[in-house]
Design a protein around this ligand. Structure first.
Ligand code: BGP
Length: 471
């Protein structure tokens, strides 16, 4: 649809950016923090461990001051579960509570709204040993942890996100180093979807608890949503795209928003004897826990075609999407899109298409919780970082948000990935996403000093003009 006039961004639009605890904080075993599954995993060859990251734990004041200088209205960060509860359950670590109190207060000092993710890929290692999400008790572990967060931070945190990219944990848990398959398991698919079910129930209960304990707070999920295109107008390709959309995207939002499983996914699981077991009360819990808004991460779309039952499923090491699923879909190339230097597709128009689709299915306010470009940035001798490629990427995506606003979508905000350079989940420190450059290399910690990239100044202007000047 071509509009005659673009609508402006809403007055209260939340401009900001995101980080996650295990990728940015460092201090991985300091001040009483227990290890998480990320601290004990073997990191990909040639990449740094997560003990220092961007040293945000010690430099959060400086970092938040820089965010304030850019004019941030919101800062999305995650709480490290094992910093709060070193064993995952039981005793609370007072130093952990103190640290997040400081981060929250520092944000509020600059009128930056804290947007807090409760769980971002970092299950406490102690709970990992107890079976992680495969253990039915994980539902209670998560709800108890949520209660501690609400009790301690709920007076100041008004926006919560439950589980980051639950769909990626389920679909590509192997790649994220978070998949836990108990010994002797005979049906891996069933096991994975049982874990997924536990997360869905845990999330629903945490949302209901939030509404009960913090009536003026808002809470939502944060899946990674990418619209799936059919490779052609061949009807079988359309069905394949519907299959992949259901299994990759809608399953998660259908359950969180409507409290019911997506029928296509359920039938597929039935065929594989892989439907999750519902404990007593689960169906009701899913119906009762409803989000107030939807947070979603968007990096790119995917394309697929008919699958005739011969496809071998493989997972790329550095990508978020699978090559296919027997009898459901087969990944296909999209000749219309370019790629980043790390091989990720770039599709700003697909961003608008994805936003439209989410909104038309769920009619809840939307906030973009991640979107961005990873690149090999270079610090020049005079302390500059010229990143026109990032500016171009972000500009094109922001333009599409405005088009979506003009389409009538209720957009709450935009939090690109990432506020500052941090350790990439798959590709270490050299893959940088931030507006703020962190002076360290993969293994050489250097000064850890902060530098403003060109995109820093550009984003500052975007925020100052509420998105009306994107030049
Ligand atoms: C998302 C994760 C983030 C972040 C981002 C970029 O899936 O939620 O934690 O890592 O992807 O991915 P990468 O670091 O692999 O480039």
């Amino acid at each position: 649809m071509q509009h005659k006039h673009l609508k402006p961004f809403p007055k209260e639009f939340l401009w900001g950016a995101s980080t996650s605890a295990y990728q940015v904080e460092g201090a991985s075993l300091e001040d009483g923090k227990g290890p998480s599954c990320q601290d004990v995993k073997s990191v990909p060859v040639g990449t740094t461990d997560l003990s220092v990251c961007a040293d945000h734990y010690h430099r959060y004041k400086e970092d938040i001051a820089l965010m304030a200088e850019m004019g941030f209205k919101v800062y999305r960060f995650s709480v490290s579960w094992s910093r709060i509860l070193p064993e995952g359950t039981g005793d609370v670590n007072p130093k952990g509570i103190e640290y997040y109190n400081h981060v929250i207060d520092e944000c509020l000092k600059y009128n930056i709204t804290p947007l807090v993710t409760m769980f971002h890929f970092d299950m406490p290692a102690a709970l990992d040993q107890r079976g992680s999400w495969s253990n039915r008790e994980s539902v209670d572990w998560f709800v108890d942890y949520a209660r501690i967060l609400y009790e301690n931070f709920g007076d100041r945190v008004k926006y919560w996100l439950t589980i980051n990219e639950q769909n990626m944990l389920t679909l590509v848990g192997k790649v994220l180093g978070s998949l836990h398959i108990p010994e002797g398991c005979t049906n891996e698919l069933k096991e994975i979807y049982q874990q997924n079910h536990h997360m869905l129930v845990a999330q629903a209960k945490a949302m209901a608890l939030c509404h009960e304990m913090l009536p003026d707070a808002k809470i939502g999920p944060a899946p990674n949503i990418s619209l799936i295109y059919p490779a052609s107008c061949k009807p079988e390709d359309i069905l394949a795209a519907q299959n992949y959309n259901a299994v990759r995207n809608w399953l998660y939002l259908d359950v969180s928003v409507y409290g019911r499983y997506n029928n296509l996914v359920w039938s597929w699981l039935e065929e594989h004897d892989a439907t999750p077991e519902f404990a007593e009360g689960d169906a009701e819990a899913l119906r009762m826990g409803r989000p107030d808004y939807i947070g979603f991460n968007y990096y790119n779309t995917a394309t697929c075609e008919e699958e005739d039952g011969t496809c071998e499923v493989t997972y790329a090491e550095n990508q978020q999407d699978a090559s296919g699923e027997k009898g459901m879909f087969r990944a296909a190339a999209n000749p219309y899109l370019t790629k980043t230097e790390f091989g990720w597709l770039i599709d700003p128009v697909g961003f608008r298409a994805t936003i439209r689709e989410i909104y038309s299915r769920y009619h809840l306010p939307l906030i973009v919780t991640e979107n961005g470009l990873g690149a090999y940035d270079k610090l020049t001798e005079d302390g500059r970082i010229h990143d026109p490629y990032r500016i171009e990427y972000l500009r094109k995506h922001i333009e599409q948000i405005q088009l979506a606003v003009t389409d009538g979508v209720d957009m709450m905000g935009y939090c690109p990935w990432s506020a500052l350079d941090l350790v990439s989940t798959h590709e270490g420190m050299v893959k940088r996403y931030g507006f703020i450059y962190v002076d360290r290399d993969e293994f050489d910690l250097k000064t850890l000093n902060r530098y403003r990239k060109d995109s820093f100044y550009w984003y500052k202007k975007v925020i100052e003009t509420n998105g009306s000047d994107l030049t």
